[in-house]
Design a protein around this ligand. Sequence first.
Ligand SMILES: Nc1nc2c(c(=O)[nH]1)N[C@H]1C(S)=C(S)[C@@H](COP(=O)(O)OP(=O)(O)OC[C@H]3O[C@@H](n4cnc5c(N)ncnc54)[C@H](O)[C@@H]3O)O[C@H]1N2
Ligand code: MOO
Length: 416
Amino acid sequence: MSTLLSVDEVRHYILSQLSPLPVETISLEQAFRRVLATPILAPSDLPPFTNSSVDGFAVRALDVKGASQLHPIELKVFADIPAGFSPHFTLPPGHAARIMTGAPLPNGADAVVPIENTNLSFHDKATQPPYSVQVFNPVNPGDNVRPRGQDILRGHPVFEPGHRLRPQDIGLLAALGISHIEVYRQPRLGIFSTGDELIPLGTAPIPGKIYDSNRLMLKMLIEQAGGEVIDLGIVTDTLDNVRSALDTARRNNVDLVLTSGGVSVGVFDVVRHLIEQEGERHLWRVNMRPGKPILFGRYHEMPILSLPGNPVSAFVGFWVFVRPAIYRLAGLPFVPPLRLKAILEHPIESDGRESYLRAIVSYTNGQRLARLTGHQGSGNLFGLSQANALLIVPAGVKSLPTGHEVDIWPLDDSLI
Ligand SMILES: Nc1nc2c(c(=O)[nH]1)N[C@H]1C(S)=C(S)[C@@H](COP(=O)(O)OP(=O)(O)OC[C@H]3O[C@@H](n4cnc5c(N)ncnc54)[C@H](O)[C@@H]3O)O[C@H]1N2
Ligand code: MOO
């Protein structure tokens, strides 16, 4: 048997064949999970003006020096500053201005006394400001004041290119008044499943046939990774049908085609045959379990990544190769997936390929413990669904004893 390529070699090669997609301008409304293509510098200070962090009275700190519960200091209330109002006056010495949280501090004032430290209670918005206020506590200059630019100064870098926008980032850009941004175009992936045995969901069971589970799973995985899906359905095992699906993908200008099934050594493994005869097969078969017969190539320039039909092989192949490929197209830098350590609860046998086994990892006495879920056959989706991590056995290793420390990939956030 020819030597199999290593997982790292294959991933490296696939990434070298793909580049970030062209840049487009979109509105911030559409920006969730999109990847910035240009740096963003703060166009203005944030907050844009010095303002109060409490509801209370803006004062000159010197005026309330020595104030106490027994000896309050009384100040005349000069004005009212509701949020949204811009005060065009200077607070005269010996005076206070009623101010609401977020409202601009008037010139002359250098601190705010919270309403709780005065003889007054909360007023509703419509209430006229009182004639005077008694202050029970002193304040230092700057107390309860949020200076202009405290959060970020104009011209300061906010985000670098390659940053994927989260809700809080979008909130920040909105606060800065940025309504449009330049991002990499979202990767568009065409997907289809191959196999004469496949029937679509919603049809009655037929002897010898199985439901096409890969397409739905891969569709969700693509969307989770930030890609857009062009669903090309189920394709039966003929060269004509596979060619026609690939041509449809080309017409839809997909950035990458993802297929499942038909890449092993069977007579009906038509995806591989078609790519070998009418496209370019760049690589095939990786030293990995499950997922060995993965194929990468091109069909009339269009990159194609073909995953094995076994559902767990398709899932693992996606995690190991397709997700990084989508990230590359999306303009994200390659970051190796987060690996954590766990201790084996039982011995493990492997076949020497780099293995991604389905595991349940739990915390006991501050340690992560790992055990395998059910039968590890690459067709067994239940075992995958039970797992909260993939347990990685390195290439060349055939057995690991109880207590051995292994690497795991969390499949959900509960382990992080
Ligand atoms: N003689 C050999 N046979 C096989 C080898 C080998 O090296 N020598 N490799 C095995 C390995 S490893 C894998 S993985 C599979 C992959 O084969 P294919 O990619 O060609 O996939 P299929 O044969 O089409 O299907 C495999 C398996 O998966 C089921 N399947 C396919 N598509 C779907 C789908 N969309 N949803 C659910 N299940 C699907 C299919 O019915 C088969 O059971 O080859 C081994 N054989
Ligand atoms: O590589 Mo296959 O994916 O072992 O099942």
